[in-house]
Design a protein around this ligand. Sequence first.
Ligand code: BGP
Length: 478
Amino acid sequence: MTFPEHFLWGGSFAANQVEGAYNEGGKGLSEVDIFPKSDRKHGGIFGLPYDELCFAMNDTDDQKYPKRRGIDFYHRYKEDIALFAEMGFKVLRFSISWPRIFPNGDEEEPNAEGIAFYHNVINELKRYGIEPLITMSHFEMPLNLALKYNGWTDRRLIQYFERYAETLFREYAKDVKYWITFNEIDATIHIPFYGAGIIPEHTDNLEQAKYQALHHQFVASALVTKLAHTSYPEVKIGCMATKNLKYPATCKPSDCMQWLKETEMDGFYTDVQAFGEYPYFIRNLWKTQGIEVQITDEDRKVLKENTVDFISFSYYASLVTSADGAGKEKTSANLLVGEKNPYLKQTPWGWQIDPEGLRFSLNQMYDRYKRPLFVAENGLGTFDEFNGETVEDDYRIDYIRDHIRAVGAAIEDGVDVFGYTYWGCIDCISGSTSEMSKRYGFIYVDQDDDGNGTKNRYPKKSFYWYQRCIASNGTDID
Ligand code: BGP
């Protein structure tokens, strides 16, 4: 396998899953600081009833809300970055917490302490020659924007996001080349509070509200891309969506038609950000469902003229679909639920492990978008057994090896892939369920689901494997 010479190997995480310090340094409450720990099936990502949300907002019992504590990256970032450097990371993809910069989201002036914190993080990365790749919005918008404006349903959020992005560019663009505007932008449709701060009780027509909010996010992203291209020519902007790969259950034409329709829908987010317009099937869906999205002529122009420089995505699992899914066994894959695939194994959380699907996805997307691709998330979330010193996580090594082989195979197929950031490179709070026991990391963090533990860090066996992988540019991985 030949990876390009400057291939960006590294890891990724989001502020709200690692930082903790939710009420330090002038930070405002984020929409996920109010999610209580939940079980596997009922992740807070599906949103809370409004009265529970109001209760949680004023609840001072921090123990109940794991994302408030994260893994204390806020205070331990130097130690963590030193470990990433020891692994040989070329890049770290992380998000900036919007409410650390604008605590309420709609104020004029940013919070100086928040700005200083990310300067410190970026300087530390630069000290080791690690490229920062920043996500501006990773499910952590200021809670105030959800409560006061019903999130992204309100057009004013575009200007607040622009102000936030201008601030980030002004402060950090000289050190940061790669930026992603929204993480998994499709979340707005699947999990509207998590993705866009939409409170269903404050919404008459939820379907319409979701598409309106998504449209505002597309426009905001395009305006930020425009700003980057005009004022910060070194900066490259990427979109980011969940790669929801599905296979038809059989070659029966009706199953294949169902597959085609779902595949179009699952991918249209990137279509808009790469081609600058809504595809026909979305316009048709709105027409048939009576959804009226307010789109101005100026919006159309902005979308068309400011498409992204690169395409990034998360890839964890694949699903199966058929024309008649009733009675078929279902399982989940990140944001979606679909039919099980008898040929694949799955994680304890039911996510079906499919490395070949990553090669498939990379080929499919490169053929469609013809733009450089970046694997922003991929990883194995599972239980680990800590023996007091380390974790012998051969199963994780197998997972990553197979997926990296798939990336290598896609590169040999002719696909332009310029980086791979393994998700949850250090154990962190699960995005969907806020558990700690769903671990992804190369680094074990001594903390349980209830926040007990020293939070000390311990390299797992996979830590040394990934170190070898990076040092050999992906050739020494057996
Ligand atoms: C993606 C999110 C991440 C992360 C990951 C793994 O959807 O962008 O924030 O959480 O999935 O999901 P989980 O932590 O629920 O296993």
